[in-house]
Design a protein around this ligand. Structure first.
Ligand code: SF4
Length: 249
């Protein structure tokens, strides 16, 4: 496993669990608003964490930690993800997977083998706006459709979530997103927050080709009122809608 970060304790990443979070490197998307720009564009240059170190810690914390979150980058690109999750399962931890949903075959296999207990999948935008939000020149939207369908019929708890960005989204498209994910138990709208590591601000340094922060700011956050309007458009289609990262929530 290409592990490039390990948060030993968090209350934020796995709902209702005291969890540890494993960060994998690399991604098949290039969402311009991604907060893990260096991890996505230049994983080989990021400090790595040995798989054994993670597993040793998890073994030591059995009975204290309540779960493990595997996030990225995009974890489903890791060739040995299945074997890694099996090792975590042998330690009897529930596992939450964060994914962009572009590898439905991997998602399906992990569910069939009961290697994941909770999934948080990104819904980047409405169908017509998806490739732009994912930072790709073109994409196969049927792969996202397939992952949505897999989760809806999975029988395990899951959530869909969208990072909402002024400059990418419009309020109106959330009606379409609501129809698309109709029936899901929980949908999270995460307000965009600018930081130096945003992917679209990364530039390549001439001398080393390394990716470094430095690009201009072109995106922003919607107001609370606008986020509430988006939430209202989705609310009638899903179990619950929650705003995240908005001042006062
Ligand atoms: S935000 Fe986009 S580019 Fe960043 S890790 Fe997630 S899917 Fe990949």
């Amino acid at each position: 496993m290409e592990i490039h970060g390990f948060n030993k304790t968090t209350l934020l990443d796995y709902p209702e669990h005291i969890a540890a979070t494993v960060f994998t490197g690399g991604c098949n998307f290039r969402c311009p608003f991604c907060h893990n720009g260096e991890l996505v564009l230049d994983p080989a240059r990021q400090p790595s964490v040995a798989e054994e170190e993670v597993l040793y810690y998890l073994k030591k914390r059995q009975g204290i930690l309540q779960g493990v979150c595997v996030t990225g980058g995009e974890p489903t690109l890791q060739r040995d993800l299945r074997a890694f999750l099996q090792k975590i399962k042998e330690l009897e931890y529930p596992i939450k997977l964060d994914t962009n949903g572009y590898m439905p075959g991997v998602l399906w296999e992990l569910l069939q083998e009961h290697l994941i207990d909770y999934v948080a999948m990104d819904i980047k935008a409405s169908r017509d706006n998806y490739a732009r939000a994912a930072g790709l020149p073109h994409m196969d939207i049927s792969r996202i459709e397939e992952s949505i369908g897999i989760l809806k019929s999975s029988g395990i708890p899951y959530e869909f979530r969208t990072t909402v960005v002024k400059g990418i989204h419009t309020v109106g498209e959330f009606k379409e997103i609501g129809r698309w994910i109709e029936g899901c138990p929980a949908y999270y709208l995460q307000s965009y927050q600018e930081n130096d590591n945003c992917l679209y601000r990364m530039i390549q340094t001439a001398e080393s080709n390394a990716v470094k922060p430095g690009g201009a700011e072109v995106f922003g956050a919607f107001s609370r009122e606008e986020l509430e309007q988006m939430a209202e458009l989705v609310r009638k289609y899903v179990g619950k809608v929650v705003l995240r990262g908005v001042v006062g929530t």
